[in-house]
Design a protein around this ligand. Structure first.
Ligand SMILES: C[S@@+](CC[C@H](N)C(=O)[O-])C[C@H]1O[C@@H](n2cnc3c(N)ncnc32)[C@H](O)[C@@H]1O
Length: 757
């Protein structure tokens, strides 16, 4: 049998032939290939059918380069890594396949005899996949696209919709599925915020009402969405005029996340065993029976700011700040309650109650759990459409997750204005994007404060409208930073950069599981992609200071040239163990699905080690007591023999960054000639911008007379300021150091590139 594997080898053995594959740019583009499918390596077992049968060989190719299944293409083989001008031959029939492997074997034998250290470890064939010029490409134009554009343009309304799915088998490749959703949905003029994860999909969107039935049909044709238990949940329809004045969603964002609904649980449950769905009508009747000794218990599973402005009569809010608080609150509330007592739960659109229901049943043992189908949105729709004079038992305003913020269902004013304390049912987010607090605020105060939560935010907001980016705190000028805009830009960059293999999702999830408090530290997103690229640019030797759970280590190992070396230093044994587990998983199963599956197993392996990967790259996770001391030792010990590193990534204790840079710069056996240093977190979430001593002033904090809001902001920022000041000082020092050439990139949390002048 032939074996195809992502670009890492199974255990090296004499019985494997390697096939290095590259795909031409035109095909990459037209087939929408993801990162790992553009080039890679697969293995074929000696004497397998794939070595002598062109159909079998193609089949083996398809196992790894899945997208090729869809396309018409030609195969050529060459004798090296595809340098310019290299002669290639077409692989049309079985004889060509036989010749390709025979030549690979001959080259291998010659190289063994030559004593060349660079010689490959096994016979290697070089294959290039290119477009078939004779193939007339059919334009991608599914039937549903016929006349769609015109229908979208004619639409007089936009439907606000939401839906979720938890497919039984999960979503094996969320990146690719997310790309596919984007590709399809853009033709509908759909906007919104959609999360895709291995566990499923969670979407809040607006879709032109004229094409909603077609949109629904197209979604239902996708296996990952066809399993939606409650279908598409339609909220209100907004007229064209209103929509154009103030769009609830401005763009279509499809984001890949570790979970579609972050629950903070350390294991997933069976989302199909989550109680039963109650129709809105059943619910309406049942709500009236709530209470008493034995009656149903009615729990509102939304957060404080949501329950504060609207809820069902007789409902008990759980009192959570975020969804992750739910489990503790449920335990508290239901302690001692008989397990067969009926428990009814509801949320906005239903997704939270899937997780709540599963937990109540599987973790707490309640047998009688009912959930409101379609949540408050579904109930409201029933009352409007089929309620026949029924009075809504949901009173007040339903908080929603788009620009509308709230939808008023009844006149009840359950909320208290955060500014004046008066009764109101109005909800909003603070207009200062950097704050964006969810708040209950009456219309008078909202008007007075320009839609902000307080005077401080108002100053920022009004200042920004006037296109200035500064405001005055304690009589001193501060420059403001807008994380919202910043995050959007980073997300956009990520969306339009090559994807990453599935193993990286597993690394993030494992980090959240085993070291949750540090989960934000992994170099994911756009930064991981840059590290992968940069690792391949130098001479192939990479040193990382601060491994944590090995995300960046894996990026380096994936990106570095064949035969390269990646060494990563870490002092925390737990982090070392997790990182080592990830390196071993990548080695065994590659960067894709295989690696992901192995990474998802229980942690195994010790606290570090060295492995030679199939690509010939050596990766080492080294447990050290202190990376700085270790580097100084390395510099002294290896003065003569060591060749130094082409890339040094400094991502450990922020207080000693200058010392790390210094030891690298002074020693060519640490930072090789022409090598570069990368330093992470140099922007410290933007706080460096106003971390300057002069701006913060000596007795600033706690001085009398300042506004209450300013005091609050300052307190909140105490830790952030301390680290911001450290980073700010570092930035100044390296910039002034005449030995160095420094370029700071506003990438993610800020990345500085340093090299010797
Ligand atoms: C920001 S995390 C590294 C993240 C990782 N580079 C990535 O991109 O995924 C910093 C790591 O440095 C480690 N660390 C901090 N000080 C250290 C020291 N003096 N020696 C070795 N490791 C250190 C911490 O234990 C932590 O795991």
């Amino acid at each position: 049998m032939s074996t195809a594997a992502a670009d890492s080898a199974p255990t090296p053995g004499d019985d494997l032939y390697a096939v290095k594959v590259s795909v031409c740019p035109e095909l990459r583009e037209s087939l929408h290939l993801n990162g790992r499918e553009k080039r890679g390596r697969m293995f074929v077992e000696r004497d397998s059918k794939a070595m002598g049968d062109v159909q079998e060989f193609r089949q083996t190719l398809h196992d790894f380069f899945r997208a090729l299944r869809k396309g018409e293409y030609l195969i050529e083989f060459g004798r090296g890594e595809g340098e310019e001008g290299e002669m290639r031959e077409r692989v049309d029939g079985d004889e060509d396949v036989v010749r390709m492997f025979r030549e690979a074997e001959e080259r291998f034998e010659d190289a063994q005899g030559s004593g060349d250290e660079e010689a490959p470890k096994r016979p290697t064939a070089y294959v290039h996949i290119l477009e078939n010029p004779d193939f007339v490409k059919e334009e991608w134009k599914p039937e549903w696209m016929e006349g769609l554009k015109e229908k979208v343009e004619e639409s007089q309304g936009w439907s606000m919709i939401s839906f979720y799915s938890f497919p039984k088998k999960g979503i094996s490749d969320p990146e690719t599925f997310g790309e596919n959703l984007r590709r399809v949905w853009k033709h509908f003029g759909a906007l919104g915020r959609v999360y895709v994860a291995f566990e499923g999909v969670n979407a809040q969107m607006s879709v032109p009402t004229s094409v909603l039935p077609i949109f629904t049909d197209v979604c239902m044709e996708m296996e990952e969405l066809a399993c939606m238990e409650n279908g598409i949940n339609v909220d209100e329809v907004i007229s064209r005029e209103e929509f154009e004045k103030d769009r609830p969603f401005k763009n279509l964002h499809v984001r890949v996340r570790a979970q579609v609904l972050a629950d903070g649980l350390d294991k997933g449950l069976d989302w199909e065993n989550a109680g039963w769905d109650m129709t809105a009508e059943e619910w309406h009747n049942k709500v009236q029976e709530v209470g008493g000794e034995d009656g149903p218990i009615l729990l509102d599973c939304r957060n404080d700011y949501e329950t504060g402005v609207g809820k069902f009569v007789n409902a008990e809010p759980l009192g959570t700040e975020t969804f992750k608080d739910t489990w503790g609150k449920l335990k508290e509330r239901l302690e001692g309650v008989p397990k067969d007592r009926e428990v009814m739960t509801y949320c906005t659109g239903g997704i939270r109650c899937v997780k709540v229901g599963a937990w109540l049943k599987q973790e707490m043992g309640f047998s009688n759990v009912g959930r409101l189908k379609g949540g408050v949105i579904g109930y409201d729709r029933m009352i409007r459409e089929r309620g026949e004079g029924k009075e809504s038992l949901f009173q007040g305003t339903n908080y929603v997750f788009d620009g509308r913020v709230g939808r008023q269902i009844t006149e009840h004013k359950l909320g208290k204005c955060i500014t004046c304390g008066g009764e109101t049912n109005l909800l909003a987010n603070c207009n200062n994007k950097a704050c964006h607090k969810k708040m209950v605020q009456c219309s008078t105060c909202r008007k007075e404060l320009d839609g902000c939560c307080g005077e401080g935010c108002k100053n920022v907001f009004v200042g920004r409208l006037g296109r200035t980016t500064s405001r005055t705190v304690l009589g001193k000028e501060r420059v403001e930073f807008d994380p919202q805009v910043f995050d959007d830009v980073q997300g956009y960059c990520e969306e339009y950069s090559s994807g990453v293999g599935e193993i990286y999702g597993a690394i993030q999830r494992n980090t959240e599981k085993h070291l949750p408090t540090g989960a934000h530290m992994v170099s994911s997103g756009i930064q991981g992609r840059l590290l992968r690229t940069m690792a391949g640019m130098g001479g192939g030797r990479v040193l990382e200071v601060g491994t944590f759970t090995g995300y960046a280590t894996c990026c380096f190992a994936e990106g570095v040239k064949r035969g390269g070396t990646v060494i990563s230093l870490e002092r925390d044994p737990k982090a070392c163990q997790i990182a080592w587990h990830h390196v071993l998983a990548a080695n065994e199963g590659g960067w894709g699905e295989g690696g992901r599956k192995i990474a998802e197993r229980e942690l195994e392996g010790g606290v570090g080690g060295t492995v030679e990967m199939g690509s010939g790259t050596t990766v080492e996770v080294r447990k050290v007591d202190d990376a700085l001391v270790h580097l100084e030792d390395m510099a002294a010990r290896e003065k003569e023999e060591a060749e130094g590193f082409d890339l040094v990534f400094i991502d450990a204790d922020k207080g000693r960054l200058l010392e790390y840079v210094d030891v690298c710069i002074r020693n060519q056996n640490i930072l090789a000639e022409g090598g570069v240093i990368l330093v992470d977190n140099v922007l410290w979430k933007g706080a460096v911008v106003d971390a300057d001593e002069n701006m913060w002033g000596e007795g600033g904090e706690g001085d009398g007379g300042e506004e209450k809001e300013e005091k609050r902001l300052i307190k909140l920022n105490r830790r952030r300021r301390k680290l911001a000041r450290i980073m700010h000082e570092f930035n100044g020092a390296v910039c002034r150091d005449e030995r160095l050439e420094v370029t700071m990139l506003p990438l993610r949390d800020g990345l500085t590139i340093i090299r010797r002048r």
